[in-house]
Design a protein around this ligand. Structure first.
Ligand code: CP
Length: 340
């Protein structure tokens, strides 16, 4: 594994499978009465958020704390950034306080890449502009694998077991142009063997989409019956500087997923959304809250996947097998002194 996680496009198939398999092991911690491992004890993780977040920031915090790391939450609001301090000076200040990993979300594409050149610790991209959001793609892949791969042999469209996502057909629908989630998912799903189709009005597809490792389509109703997964994207009105469609109502009519449209999916297909959702725009409430929806699972899986990323990048100590009782926190005993 690389020292940083800046883009999903930089992950090899082996890297991605290692993260997903590690997340699968770490997910077991969530089922224990004490949901904590000492593996990153003494390490410091800084959450450096220059843009709003609910899911990513809190799940990185929970993930780091479950691995016993110290966590510093930094928000640009109320900091010296408001007085004009640069990203570089902010990062170096936090590094001087002993950060081993910096988790960064920034409005500018490329911010995580720049940061990786300035600090000696690991940098994890938690979303940079319209560029990438690699841990979102990893938790999406983890969720697809859990929902579609473990079906009993012969009972579903895919063989049982973990493995990759070979042959899984994924439709990513909506505002692809402004979506870092779409970019990271196309890269990661491709390396894992899935077949991706982007579905959007022509105005919301990037000009360079022809060079991406996926198909592009405009007719959602034609794509849905051939999809195992449909991933709805938020219409990012805050990033839109022009009119990309005639009206929200028109967009919703052509590209929104309601119950009638969901019925076009094969029986085993799942519905995903990275959140936050615009209910009634790209996804109807009845779909978001349906049994096919994995939206809440995606949030829970985000903690396991981010634990795996922190564990692998920071080279944490071994974590125990399910039967292991080797950790003092689980037995209620004190940690041994260093060096004993
Ligand atoms: N999916 C996602 O990145 O959500 P947040 O903006 O709430 O972190």
């Amino acid at each position: 594994m690389n020292r940083h996680l800046v883009s999903a496009a930089s992950l090899t198939r082996d890297d991605a499978l290692l993260i997903l398999d590690t997340a699968e092991e770490l997910a077991r911690v969530a089922d224990r009465p004490i949901k904590k491992l000492p593996t990153l004890r003494g390490r410091t993780v800084v959450n450096l958020f220059f843009e709003d977040s609910t899911r990513t920031r809190t799940s990185f915090e929970v993930a780091a704390k479950r691995l016993s790391a110290d966590v510093i939450n930094f928000s640009a609001k109320g900091s010296s950034v408001a007085k004009g301090e640069s990203l570089r000076d902010t990062a170096l200040t936090l590094e001087a306080m002993g950060a081993d990993a910096v988790v960064i979300r920034h409005v500018a594409s490329g911010a995580a890449h720049r940061l990786a050149g300035w600090v000696s610790g690991s940098v994890i991209n938690a979303g940079d502009g319209t560029h990438e959001h690699p841990t979102q793609a990893l938790l999406d892949a983890f969720t697809i694998r859990r929902r579609l791969r473990p079906c009993e042999a012969g009972a579903g469209p895919f063989p049982a077991g973990r493995g990759a996502l070979d042959g899984v057909r994924v439709a990513i629908v909506g505002d692809v142009l402004h979506s870092r989630v779409a970019r990271s998912n196309v890269a990661l799903l491709n390396v894992l063997g899935a077949e991706v189709t982007l579905v959007a009005p022509p105005t919301l597809l990037p000009l360079a989409v022809g060079s991406w490792p996926c198909e592009a389509a405009y007719d959602l109703d034609a794509v849905l019956p051939k999809s195992d997964v449909v991933m709805m994207l938020r219409v990012q009105r805050e990033r839109m500087s022009a009119a990309y469609f005639p009206s929200v109502r028109e967009y919703s009519r052509r590209y929104g997923l309601d119950a009638t449209r969901m019925a076009l999916l094969p029986d085993h297909a799942i519905v995903m959304h990275p959140g936050p959702m615009n209910r009634g725009v790209e996804i109807a409430a009845e779909v978001a809250d349906s049994a096919r929806s994995t939206i809440v699972e995606q949030v829970a899986n985000g903690v396991s996947v981010r634990m795996a990323v922190l564990y692998l990048l920071l080279g944490g100590a071994e974590f125990p097998e399910e039967s292991g009782a080797g950790f003092p926190e689980e037995s209620g005993a004190e940690f041994p002194e260093e060096g004993r």
